[in-house]
Design a protein around this ligand. Structure first.
Ligand code: THU
Length: 136
């Protein structure tokens, strides 16, 4: 990976981490932030929980639905970060429902960036995280 790409990946991941600040997660105390890049545009989101747990929304879907509501249809890169209630980084990977939602707007080169507990950045090809996604 070249320096320019790495720099861009790091700033997108930093935006994902900053988005943890807005997380509404009084039930799990697990704050998740997400930043989605679609062309030149970036959209962020956080998890938003509900007393009726099933009504909660993951950070990835908050960010992706915001992107879609702004007219975006293709995700180039999605970055995800999570913190505990002390603000310490936690490992996180997108849940199954979010993978299906990413898949709705992914293309053959969509990348998934995960900020690990140790501060390292991991990069995945989306297709590897959800092979054989459901399509209509
Ligand atoms: N969560 C996310 O927002 N994204 C993930 O990738 C994993 C889980 C949220 C859902 C819930 O608010 C909390 O984390 C604990 O599951």
């Amino acid at each position: 990976m070249d320096d320019k790409t790495l720099k861009m990946y790091k700033s997108l991941t930093e935006l994902a981490r900053e988005s943890c600040k807005n997380s509404y997660s009084p039930y799990s105390n697990f704050k998740v932030g997400c930043a989605v890049m679609c062309g030149d545009n970036v959209y962020t989101g956080c998890n938003v929980e509900n007393a009726s747990y099933g009504a909660s929304n993951c950070a990835e879907r908050t960010a992706i639905f915001t992107a879609a509501a702004n007219g975006e249809r293709k995700i180039d890169i999605i970055a995800i970060a999570a913190e505990n209630s002390d603000g310490k980084l936690c490992d996180v990977t997108p849940c199954g429902i979010c993978r299906q939602v990413i898949g709705e707007f992914s293309h053959e080169n969509t990348k998934v960036l995960l900020l690990k507990q140790n501060g390292e950045l991991e990069v995945y090809d989306f297709d590897k995280l959800l092979p054989f996604k459901f399509t209509l």
